[in-house]
Design a protein. Structure first.
Length: 207
């Protein structure tokens, strides 16, 4: 079984779908019209146009499945985008805008839910840890902090304890109040830790 999985990861994904994913990712990063918008529930949310990119990419990746998504989208494209963004914050270059990067984090949260549905919690748990490494970056803008928090919430069923510890560590250092949605996130993950066996994976909802 493992040999078959390894060979599947090395194969090239279906051309038309993969090209649609890469072109949509490029469009997301280049779209200068995207903005953050204030929300009484989420604090700072993506504008509808940014969400359109996220939903489109999520649907396209769903056609490839989680293994394809991890191997060909997350590892080859998404991490490259985020690593480039980290370097630009250090050199004061602005190749990628914060709103586009926030959309990438929210996308990771949604993509990880595909892995949960396909019962590959271990690889989703690795994604949680990777996402939270970005949360620890110095002077991370508030809008991006929230995007990481909501992505962590989406991925939390893979390991509620890890997700809860990460978010509680983040919250204790804050000097400003958190949006109501964040409070609900923490309560839901706490509930998972207390009442649900981590093998029973569910999708959380903060709407």
């Amino acid at each position: 079984m493992s040999c078959g999985l390894s060979q599947l990861q090395k194969q090239e994904p279906p051309g038309d779908i993969y090209r649609a994913i890469t072109s949509t990712l490029k469009a997301l990063l280049k779209d200068k019209s995207l903005t953050f918008q204030k929300s009484s529930w989420y604090g700072d949310d993506l504008c509808p146009a940014a969400w359109d990119y996220v939903f489109s990419l999520d649907l396209l990746c769903a056609q490839l499945g989680w293994i394809w998504t991890v191997s060909h989208v997350i590892r080859k494209s998404v991490w490259l985008i985020l690593n480039t963004w980290l370097k630009q914050t250090q050199t004061e270059e602005t190749k990628f805008r914060n709103v586009s990067v926030a959309a990438i984090f929210r996308l990771l949260g949604r993509l990880g839910q595909q892995g949960l549905k396909e019962n590959v919690a271990a690889s989703v748990e690795d994604l949680v840890k990777s996402v939270n490494e970005f949360r620890g970056q110095k002077d991370l803008p508030w809008e991006l902090q929230l995007a990481v928090v909501y992505a962590t919430h989406d991925l939390a069923p893979s390991n509620p304890k890890v997700a809860l510890n990460a978010l509680e560590s983040w919250r204790k250092d804050l000097t400003k109040p958190v949006p109501p949605a964040v409070t609900k996130c923490l309560k839901q993950i706490s509930f998972l830790c207390s009442h649900i066996n981590t093998k029973q994976l569910i999708t959380l909802n903060i709407v």
